[in-house]
Design a protein around this ligand. Sequence first.
Ligand code: GLA
Length: 377
Amino acid sequence: METQTLEHSFSTYFNAKPEFIVRAPGRVNLIGEHTDYNDGFVLPMAIDHAVWIALSPRDDAKVRVRSLDLGVDSAFDLLSLTKGEGWLEYIKGIAFQLQKAGYGLKGFDAMMTGDVPRGAGLSSSAAVELATARAFAAVSGFTWDAAQMARISQKAENEWVGVNCGIMDQMASAACEAGYALFLDCRTLEYQHAPLPENTSVVILDTSTRRGLVDSAYNERRSQCEEAARWFGVKALRDVSVEEFEKSSGPSEVVMKRARHIITENARVLEAVKVMKAGDVKRLGELFNASHNSLRDDFEVTNKALNQIVECAQEQPACYGARMTGAGFGGCAVALVQEEDTKEFTNAVSVAYKKKSGLDASVYVCKASEGASVIKG
Ligand code: GLA
């Protein structure tokens, strides 16, 4: 993204140069799927697709935002927030939760743009939320605490927008470092920056399928996991080891399948971090494959297109491993690929996927980017 375009549009629209430009990225999750709301472990990476906001403070409590991509202008008052519909709700939700947490906010004029594909499972909404939080921090002059801002953004999404997500997406967008994945303990929010394997590309494969009703399926998985935790007598499935699980029966077959995914996935994340540190990309790829199988067979959140694209990827000699990523039911897969053969890989997968499914994939070869930051001002 050329921020000059954004800066120029701001200047033309508001008749002055912006004082700040902030940026917050989308994310791809490498491994640790549906573990965040089970107090477990995740390993996302911020991607080089993001949301940018150019802004200048105002003297009153008004927040005026123009979306460069949609060509629409919207505004609200910080002192009288009411719920409505559409993209502005993410921004209002952040304003509401920041004020609720005691932050004194200043109004601003802003121009916003972004290139995170929407609805693909790459957390375009977390990118908007964290960019907004970063914008308020810049104009209002409070210090940036990544974990605190991620929690506030998650609350905005849960309580204002009404989507019951976990903490992974917001933490990835808030706290990642360029060149690293984020190994996050979703119970404590402690994290480490985990080095990515050398000479390896992280390739996002968008199936181009989107499924409605994701929310209800997501909420159903959440309650099945809670039921399993109650059955084991623990706070969350994070507290059950693979050994304990293997010795147990359970309330029902389906609930035990869900639990098996979460418990084995947590173990896979811990192993993934170890093998990444050791530079064992081959084993990391095997863990990707095992994660996909578990999401397909036990957690049952893949769809036909995701299974097909993952198979197409796994068949390529340059591929170490591939899996669906994000909530599932449609959207994207992620593959680990030998860097020198990335081009051949992406071409071959696109052709094979088209042949198998009749659909066109979008492919993004991603760089691990930095979390929310002020890039000007
Ligand atoms: C969505 C949610 C996350 C997480 C993933 C599944 O992206 O927003 O909190 O639960 O699904 O891992």
